[in-house]
Design a protein around this ligand. Sequence first.
Ligand code: C2E
Ligand code: CA
Ligand code: CA
Length: 698
Amino acid sequence: SSAASDVYKRQRLYTAAAPSLPDFYNAAVDGLEAKEGIGSCGTAAATGQPVIAEDVFCHPYWTPYLNIVRRVGFRACWSLPFKNRHGDVLGTFAIYYDRVRRPKREEMELIQEFAHLAALAVEQTAADLRLRQAKAVFDYASEGILVTDLKAKIVAVNRAFCEITGYTEAEALGKNPRFLQSGHHDRAFYLNMWRRLLATGYWQGEVWNRRKNGEIYPQLLTISTVRDTSGQPTHYVALMNDLSQIKQSQERLDHLIHYDLLTGLPNRLLLQLGLRQMLERAQRHNRRVAALLLDLDRFNLINDSLNHNAGDELLTAFTTRLKQHLRGEDFFGRLAGDEFLLVVDELPHSEAAGRIAEHVLAALKPPFTVAGQEIHLSASIGISLYPDDSTSDAELIQHAETAMRQAKQEERGSYRFYTPTLSDRARRRLTLEARLRQAIKRQHFVLHYQPIIELHSLRILGCEALLRWQDPEQGLIAPDRFIPLAEETGLILPLGEWVLAAACQAARTWRESGYALEVMAVNLSARQFQQLTLPEIIASTLAQIGLPPSCLKLEITESMVMEYGEQAIDRLLRLKSLGIKLSLDDFGTGYSSLAYLKSFPLDEFKIDRSFVRDLPHNSSDVKIISTIIHMGQTLGLGVVAEGVETAVQHVFLSHLGCNAGQGYFYSPPLPEDEFCRFFSQSAGRIHPASERREQTGK
Ligand code: C2E
Ligand code: CA
Ligand code: CA
C-alpha cells in the first residue's frame, strides 16, 4: 500500500507527498483538474465526497487512465477530501492498493483521521505564507504601522514608524502610544476616538503628533481592530500617513482660496461655508441668525477721485475700523469689491439685527484719513434673517442684497430688512429707545397710585405705585409700551431706582401728613431682581428718605421667581432680611407648586387680573381663585385680588375669604395730588365708585 496527499489549489491538485508511488506517476497526476470523473482524487476534490474505487479497472472515473494504472500496477484507490473549518476542500488524501479491495469501517475512520491531520498541516503552511507576506508589507510599507495589545501597549512597530516619529523600535515597544501626542487635541477627542473604535472596530481621522525632535506634524491615522478566529479582538493596528508635506501646500492653497488678499478677511467662498455651518448650528439650537450685507456708498466715485492705491487703503482702513466694533463671535468677510457680509448668531429677536446695523453705521461716522485726505464713508445695509426669510445660505445672501438695494434707493447710509415690516418695527423701536434715554435723563416720568382696599372693612391699606411716562408731545404713555424695551436695554435699572425713590418719598410725605397708609407697593422688574446690589440700593434709599422698611412692599412676578429657580429663594431671603414685605404679583399664571412656594419668604399673593375678569361666571376661574385663597390661608399669607371692576366681583371675593382688592371698582390709579384728595375725602375708608355715582346722582 502507499499513501499520497494532494494539495488542492485553484481547482487543481498538486502532489504534496507520495513516497511509495513512482515518480512518473506523481508527475503525471501533478496539476490534475479537480473535476468529477477525473479519477478518485479529482472527483473527491470536486464533490467534497469520498470516492472509493475498489477496482479501478471497472470504475468509470478511471477509464481514461487505465494505461498508466497498469504501468504502476495498482487496483484499488480510495480518496478522501479534507477541508478547512469553513468546509472548503483543501486537498485529498488517497490510499492505493495492489489488489481489489474496499475499506473496513475501522480503516475508513483511520483514513479520515489522517485526512484531518493533513488539513491542519496544509492550513498551517498557508498561514505561514500569509504571515511572511504580511511581514513584508509591514516591514516595507511607506505608512508607519504600530500594533498594540488590547491594553494599548505597543507590541510591534515598523521601519516607517521609526522614520516618521524618530523613535527606535526599542524606544517604542511596551509603551502606550500616548507618548506620541502633541497636546493639540483635548481629552474629548481621544475619548471619542476610543468610543468609536470600541463600538465599530475602526477609526480614521487627522491627528497631530509630536516627533522625537519636538516637531509637531499632522497625520492621517487609521486604526483597526484585529480579531481572532472566534471574532474576539486581540490587537489594534494603527496606520499612520504623514501629512505634513501635503498639509503645508494645502494650507497655503486654503488661504488663497478662502481669504481675501487685500483685507485678509474671509472671502465669498469662506463666507458661504461659514454661514452654512452657522445655520446648521442655529437649526440644532433653535437660534436666529442675521446676515447683514454692507455696501459702501459711492465707493467708485471716491475710488476714482483718489489714486488706485488709496482706494485699497480706504478698504483696509474700513475693515480695521469695523473689526474693532464687532464681537469675537461675529463672522465678517468681503464678498466682492466694496461689498461685505456680517453674520450674527444668537439674536434674541429679529429687530436686534437693526440695532447692530445702527451700530455699524455709527462706527463709520468719524471720517477716514487716507493719503492725507479726510474721507467720509457711509454704507447701506441689507438684513435677512434665518429662519424667517430663508433657511438656505445662498438665498439669505441674495435676500440681504435685495434689502441693501432697497436701502440704497430710499436712503443711503441706512439699513433695511428683507421683510419690510421689520424695518418699520426696528425703526420704531430704535426711536423709542432714543426717546426713552432722553426721558430718563430729563426725568419725564410720574407715578400714579392705586389704592389697595381691605375687603371686609373697605379701609385703604396702601397703594401700588404705577409708572407713567409723561411725554411732552404724546402725553402719558402706559408702562406696557416701554417697560419691555427698558428691560431689554438695561434702562430699567436707572428707571427702577427712580421709581423706588419717588414712591418711598411719597409714602414718607403721606405718613408725615398723618395718612394711615400701611404700605407702598412698588413693582420690580426681572432685571432689577437679578441685580446683585439691589438689597443695598433699597436699604440706602430707605435710609436716605427715612421710611421704615416695613412700609415698603416689593411686587415680584411669579414668572421672575420661577425662572430664577433655586437661587430665587436666596435672593428673596436677602430682600426679606431688610425688613420689607414681598408680594408675588400676577399669581396664578406661573404654575408654581404649593410645595415650592412654601420655601419662599413671601407676605402675600396677588391674584392675576385675568382670573378676576370673568368672575363669578367663569367656573374654572372661581375654582382657581378659591384654591389660591385657600393656599394663602394655609401658608399664612395675605391674598390681594387685582382688577376688581364690579360690585359683584367685590362681594364674591370677600365671600371667598380674599383679604384685599385693587381695581377700578374702588379707584383707578391716581396722580399724587388726586390720590391725596381721595384719601383725605374718604378718611381712609373708601366709598366704591358705584356708591359715589349714586351720591353725585342725588
Ligand atoms: P401690574 O403690576 O399687574 O399692575 C396692575 C395694572 O392693572 C396696572 O396697569 C393698572 O392700571 C391696571 N389696573 C388696575 N385696576 C384695574 C382694573 O380694575 N381693570 C383693569 N383692566 N386693569 C386695572 P398699568 O399701570 O398700565 O401697569 C401695567 C404693568 O406695568 C403693571 O402690571 C406692571 O407689571 C408694570 N409696571 C407698572 N409700573 C411699573 C414700575 O414702576 N416698574 C416695573 N418694573 N413695572 C411696572
Ligand atoms: Ca403689580
Ligand atoms: Ca399684577
